[in-house]
Design a protein around this ligand. Sequence first.
Ligand SMILES: *Cc1c(COP(=O)(O)O)cnc(C)c1O
Length: 560
Amino acid sequence: MNVKIAYFSMEIALEPGMPTYSGGLGVLAGDTLRAAADLKVPLGAVTLLYRKGYFCQRLDASGWQREEPNEWAVEDFLTELPTRASVTVEGRTVYFRAWQYEVKSAEGFTVPVYLLDTDVPENAAWDRTLTHHLYGGDAHYRLCQEVVLGIGGVRMLRALGHNTIARFHLNEGHAALLTLALLDEQTARDGRNAFTRADVNTVRQLCVFTTHTPVPAGHDKFPLELAMRVLGRKEIPEMQDVFCYDGLLNMTHLALNLSNYVNGVAKKHAEVSRLMFAKYPINAITNGVHVPSWVSPSFAALFDRYIPGWREDNFSLRYAFRIPPQEIWDAHCEAKRRLIEYVNRETNAGMREDRLTLGFARRATAYKRADLFLHDINRLQAIAANTGEFQVVYAGKAHPHDHEGKEQIKRIFQARDALKDRVQIVYLADYNWALGALMTAGVDVWLNTPQPPQEASGTSGMKAALNGVPSLSILDGWWIEGCIEDKTGWAIDPGPVDNDRRTGPDAAALYDKLERVILPLYAKNRQGFIDVMSHAIALNGSFFNTQRMVLEYTLKAYFR
Ligand SMILES: *Cc1c(COP(=O)(O)O)cnc(C)c1O
């Protein structure tokens, strides 16, 4: 197939057995490719191989995280292509190959994915490690990786014969250096030896940029002297307004300057991004999840019976209202049984299937506030004693360098021990795709407590909604759009508060909802609870999916 849209992403979750992703960004990229294949969008993708994988998480008795390597059998999943290409790093030529993966739709349409690999005998020892680790190493290692991804990715696509690409989609700023490769193509075509402002305008027409991070610290940036050492390009200091911000090579600003369509990943996130980057028009395309990948087996069987064609036409999930409530409940109980069996097997916790079960799983990092729920141990004990019992399933990896994220996991272990006589809490190790699927389908309520406005979108609540699991969440990211109070779930909303001092008020608002609304509904009005489940599927499952999302990209960004 001739690729028309080239999708670049630092990480992509392609299969549960391939540790080529760390979390939300990679899962979104994979779900995007799966939906593009379903919709027959002529898209191809570029990423790095990560032969050593993203790490396996082990947790000691105190909850302290240790990382173990996660090597995988590359040859079992991928086909090596004979083509070679190269980039220049610190004046050296670094060669690389590509391994091909095919994302296949049910109808057999394929989206090719090229995973770049510098571990070839032509290279010096250190250069061979450049595509080994996802988010490992220092800024220097990362910049070299981004040279391979961005510049190398364009060169590999050309070497493979993809010469009619109409759009380059930068999924986050990591791949922004692809613009440098496109600028070089432009000058080479005209027989010149340096690019001009006019070339910048030409290349801008080719690029689409999706930003994912509403905090400036989350954006990739590199000191100019490091950029010069690695890239050796005099245009970078000469055109600082294009490449830099505050005197640093800034991948977000480079991507903003070289893209003619820019979007945030939820309406609120686009608003926040417009405040951060006032010079640029920023659109909103709200994230989604790939429906067939995240519906549990029991709900898939139920949808097959009542909503034929739901896999091909995700909008038809709106007909979930047709499904008899008892059958929704039965499908849920089956998904819940699978989760509880897993929990009890892994942890010996003795969790019960008839107890309200809350789930929280995402990257362990400060702004996600995994421990917000545990803010007031006494209040939780009182709710469990006076209103009704509940249990909580946690999971999530901290980035190896994220000390605060690791401390957060330890605090959850401490709270678990403090609460053990009244509220059962488990923290499952090694959160990944398979565990994500088990948890988002198997709990009764999905909990989400980010510090606003830092949750760009969030997607795990969308996976839960598809399985009839309502969210109890802070109003941030996608939940501002997805929450219809008492219909699709519940907002944790303390009213107007000082954003720096919102932990207490947020926790109190959460406890109030749990105590006054959710526990009574679950225990005393099962029909009412199932009604919320139906609405979660019909209103949110039918919309917050990557089929709708890729259609939006296609209409607004790719072919306009
Ligand atoms: C869906 C998913 C994520 C992203 O979750 P958010 O809600 O966006 O934070 C991260 N990791 C895994 C394994 C997932 O399946």
